[in-house]
Write a protein that binds this ligand. Structure first.
Ligand code: AHR
Length: 502
């Protein structure tokens, strides 16, 4: 058995943890909305057509925000199509996902769903095929109380109270050639800044997100951030990061160390933003909204047959329905640890996505809903994280990887709850074969009892939950023990562990 040590010092804080770190994302894509959250004929559907079994799982997952309606979808979306009498809403072709959009669900319905799910709605505006005017109209419809044409239209449509949306994303992945209306950083930066200025004329307190690069390996990564920020720095609050990870060519050790890539990505974006801040002599620190992150078997998706003829595009097809393994859940745990360890800069994040589409929650039409493996680390951290992140020191055996060189086999993050004094520690073991005996040394903190100790691992790291076996992989009690004032735990290979201590 090899051993490791995690040192936690009460005085070494990273900063406060914004609850928006535990956000999610629902796009009009595949079966995320239709036959996902919304299935009017389902036995658990409420009067709005929302599946209550799904809503219960979303609440259990603990997501604090939900980004909507895209994603790639938003870049050719007309938000007006999704409001007003349902029988008059148009059917449209969706250029992003080669599907038919019926518009049965639009802003008002989704805002109702978000309220029922106890989560904050975060809206993305279309800067692909549209621009300032449509964004301001959407703002008027969503946020103005009454007495204007669009606010009164919302009231006539049966939604008397404004949605009061605080966070607005200025487009989506506008550097990606797959995006309808994709463009260069200069053109995007100008349009985003103009849209931000217009929205701010109406409400200075809106929180606005500028699109960063769609992934760290985009050829323009870095230059895109710098140029777009030079245009928009003073009128936006966040720059976005997106990153998806998959096991490539059987390289599980590198895949298990994906958190290292996320660490470097966040640090590079923060450094670029700080350079712009210095150039502009600004007082403001640019926050990061990591508003798309997850494991996604993207290569598999690109091999799937695409239907080219729009006459044959389907309604709510099964798209991006990745089945997540134990290994995937440990990677997701590592990504959550990376987010928490950068919570001074990352003030919002969205697990992409929520239901059916690269999702922690799966559903079968007319049938059950179940938790995928990645549900567990997310739910653990959302539930157990305190409000202050602590800067942990990890001393661990090395884990050799082809992509990142030698990294630590153990990664960890910790928080303290400033009102109860409870300490939470989150640990992943990236090693494929070694169980590791971990000692957690606390300084300036006395731990008197283990209040909660849970985790996820399996003898078969490829095990997954499916319709046939929805409970194949579930949370397990972890083996944390207090010995002579020191906390010890043995973490199995490829495992996630979450602890809460008094
Ligand atoms: O989440 C799936 C897709 O990934 C989103 O639509 C897009 O923004 C990203 O490329």
């Amino acid at each position: 058995m090899t051993s490791a040590c995690i040192i936690i010092d009460r005085d070494r804080t990273i900063g406060t943890v914004d609850r928006r770190l535990f956000g999610s994302f629902v796009e009009h894509l595949g079966r995320a909305v239709y036959n996902g959250i919304y299935e009017p004929g389902h036995p658990t559907a409420d009067q709005h057509g929302f599946r209550q079994d799904v809503l219960a799982l979303v609440r259990e997952l603990g997501v604090t925000t939900v980004r909507y309606p895209g994603g790639n979808f938003v870049s050719s979306y007309r938000w007006e199509d999704g409001v007003g009498p349902r029988d008059q809403r148009p059917r449209r072709i969706d250029l992003a996902w080669h599907s038919i959009e019926t518009n049965e669900v639009g802003l008002d319905e989704f805002a109702t769903w978000a309220r029922l799910a106890d989560t904050e709605l975060m809206l993305a505006v279309n800067l692909g095929t549209r621009g300032i005017e449509a964004a301001v109209d959407l703002y008027e419809y969503a946020n103005i109380k009454s007495g204007t044409s669009l606010a009164d239209a919302r009231i006539d449509h049966g939604t008397p109270e404004p949605h009061d949306v605080r966070m607005w994303c200025l487009g989506n992945e506008m550097d990606g050639p797959w995006q309808v209306g994709y463009t260069d950083a200069d053109a995007y930066g100008r349009l985003a800044a103009q849209t931000a200025r217009a929205l701010r004329r109406a409400d200075e307190s809106l929180e606005l997100v500028l699109c960063g690069s769609s992934k760290p390996d985009m050829p323009t990564f870095g230059a895109w951030e710098r140029t777009a920020l030079m245009h928009a720095y003073e009128v936006v609050d966040y720059i976005s990061c997106h990153a998806y990870y998959e096991e490539l060519d059987g390289d599980a050790p590198s895949f298990l160390a994906s958190g290292v890539d996320m660490d470097r990505f966040i640090e590079a974006v923060a450094a670029t933003a700080d350079q712009v801040r210095a150039e502009l002599k600004s007082d403001k620190m640019m926050k990061i909204s990591f508003d798309e992150w997850n494991v996604w078997y993207n290569r598999r998706f690109h091999r799937e047959d695409k239907i080219t003829d729009p006459q044959k595009w389907p309604y709510a097809p099964r798209l991006l329905e990745d089945r997540y393994t134990v290994t995937d859940s440990v990677v997701v745990g590592g990504l959550l640890i990376s987010l928490l360890n950068h919570s001074d800069r990352v003030r919002a994040a969205s697990l992409a996505q929520l239901v059916n589409v690269i999702a922690p929650i799966m559903t079968e039409p007319g049938g059950p809903a179940w938790r995928q493996t990645i549900f567990y680390p997310f739910a653990d951290m959302a539930r157990m994280s305190g409000d202050v992140a602590l800067d942990v020191v990890v001393e661990a055996p090395t884990h050799p990887t082809a992509r990142y060189g030698e990294v630590a086999a153990i990664d960890a993050a910790a928080t303290i709850d400033s009102s109860t004094g409870e300490l939470s520690v989150f640990v992943v073991n990236r090693s494929l074969h070694a169980a590791i005996d971990v000692e957690i040394e606390t300084r300036g903190l006395e731990t008197t009892a283990v209040a909660e100790s849970t985790g996820l691992w399996d003898a078969d790291r490829h095990a997954a939950n499916t319709l046939e076996q929805p409970q194949r992989v579930t949370a397990r009690p972890a083996s944390a023990r207090l010995e002579g004032g020191r906390l010890r735990i043995t973490v199995p290979p490829v495992s996630w562990t979450a602890l809460r201590m008094r």
